[in-house]
Design a protein around this ligand. Structure first.
Ligand code: GAP
Length: 445
């Protein structure tokens, strides 16, 4: 049933242009995905909603966009060269590769029962070379997290913005990990996007801000429409913590698959975002490796210290997938099944579709096109006349378009159009001159 739901979502993604297999014409590059016209809108809207809530609506967080390629010393300082390993075992029979942690002490291959190799450590960072000579001295990495791009700019922010604690930095960008077991479409991939905040606080206040960030980030998903029963907070046990963390809580979503494999219900709780107390680990490490002081001077107390860092770190692609799954509904309407993506108004790729009831009536088409052009100045609006009205509605429902505006013969006489709400399917008759005001009220206020 749940795999069925996942199959339906993957099929909708391809059919309607949300997500395509990368390089498909060459047989595809395994576990790599491209976002199509609706997918890129959804993803951009998600990133905009995040940026608005953590940068524009606050006074204490600065936006950043650091380079993917960084000095190799960064990854020595961060501990990634030494610690960013997964243990893997290979099946000697079917050759499938497993994360040792997922095998839960099993001695035989869970798929074919053959013998497994001893587990071996595998560094997850992608290596490449800077410049034309491919030797060790030119080896650099594709960043495995965006976080370090912010830590290495800590002193630049102190010098350019002179902030007082607590303050933070936020950035969205690509990260790369040579994952052993990628899968479940965009859930775990080797190239993905993260949205991360590094929030610098006085050490004595770290616990308080850690708790409040867990609440803030959890509520962000709820406010964007995630069903409450599908999301939860899960504090990490001590033995799960990353090498830099004193505490961490994951915000988990109940995906229609189990990322670690094998669950009776077919659903599995998996991480969407982690909120960690990274202590002063990163600033002290960069101080040690760069020789520069990473201390903050507190004017009021006249003392110097290393701030602690609270880090809410989320995945863009994972969130897009969660919002797609969560908003997918099949509803019986008369004898038909209506498939509808009930995405939040801020996430929906298209806000308004304008549809002429009859495409062979020139005045209707002309009026519908004029309305489209006017609305496009303010809202993401599309025009469509390529099918009968029932089919056009169904297509728009499937991609989550919030309102369908139908221009009919009566519109030519009374200057009104019919606006249909995606979720309630209720229809309003609205004067064409008042459409902008009507949609401003529905989409922005
Ligand atoms: N700076 C901390 C950090 O990177 P993480 O838990 O490894 O923490 C944060 O990653 C988030 O990035 C995860 O919660 C997840 O949403 C996303 N993420 C991590 N690895 C991913 C992968 N291979 N594919 C897709 N998203 C991933």
């Amino acid at each position: 049933m749940n795999q069925n739901l996942m199959d339906k979502i993957v099929s909708l993604c391809k059919r309607r242009g949300f997500i395509f297999q990368s390089s498909e014409i060459y047989g595809g590059l395994a576990n790599t995905w491209d976002y199509g016209p609706f997918g890129v809108e959804l993803k951009n809207n998600l990133k905009k909603a995040w940026w608005k809530s953590v940068v524009y609506q606050r006074n204490d967080i600065f936006g950043m966009d650091a380079a993917i390629l960084m000095h190799p010393k960064v990854w020595e300082a961060s501990g990634h060269v030494e610690n960013f390993f997964d243990l893997k075992s290979d099946c000697k029979g079917c050759k499938k590769r497993f994360k040792t942690a997922d095998l839960k002490d099993a001695k035989k291959c869970p798929d074919c029962g053959s013998e497994l190799t001893d587990s071996r450590a595998f560094n997850l960072m992608f290596k490449t070379h800077q410049g034309p000579i491919e030797d060790h001295s030119n080896q650099i990495y594709l960043r495995p997290e965006t976080a370090q791009g912010m830590f290495v700019n800590f002193l630049n922010i102190l010098d350019s913005k002179h902030p007082k604690l607590p303050f933070g930095m936020a950035q969205i960008g690509k990260s790369f990990r040579n994952e052993i077991t990628p899968g479940n479409i965009t859930f775990r991939t080797r190239e993905f996007e993260q949205m991360e905040i590094e929030y610098f606080v006085k050490p004595a206040e770290a616990d308080k801000y850690y708790e409040s960030w867990v609440e803030d980030r959890f509520n962000w998903y709820i406010n964007l429409g995630i069903n409450k029963e599908n999301i939860r907070k899960r504090p990490h046990a001590k033995d799960e913590l990353a090498h830099y963390a004193k505490a961490c809580t994951d915000i988990e979503y109940s995906f229609p698959f189990s990322a670690a494999g094998g669950s009776a219900s077919g659903r599995g709780w998996s991480e969407l975002e982690g909120i960690a107390n990274r202590t002063d680990f990163d600033l002290k490490q960069h101080e040690k490796f760069s020789g520069k002081s990473f201390e903050y001077f507190d004017d009021a107390a006249k003392e110097k210290f290393h701030p602690y860092i609270i880090e809410p770190s989320g995945g863009v692609d994972r969130s897009v997938l969660a919002f797609l799954v969560d908003s997918y509904y099949e509803e019986k309407v008369k004898d038909e099944t209506r498939v509808v993506l009930k995405l939040h108004r801020d996430l929906a790729p298209t806000k308004i579709a304008v549809l002429p009831l009859l495409k062979n009536r020139a005045p209707l088409v002309e009026l519908a096109r004029k309305i489209t052009a006017d609305l496009k100045k303010h809202f993401v609006t599309v025009y469509d006349d390529t099918a009968a009205i029932g089919k056009l509605y169904r297509r728009q429902d499937e991609v989550g378009t919030l309102f369908c505006t139908t221009v009919d013969v009566q519109s030519l006489e009374d200057n009104q159009v019919t606006v249909r709400d995606r979720d309630t399917m209720k229809q309003d008759r609205v004067n064409i001159e008042k459409l902008r005001e009507y949609f401003t009220d529905k989409l922005i206020n």
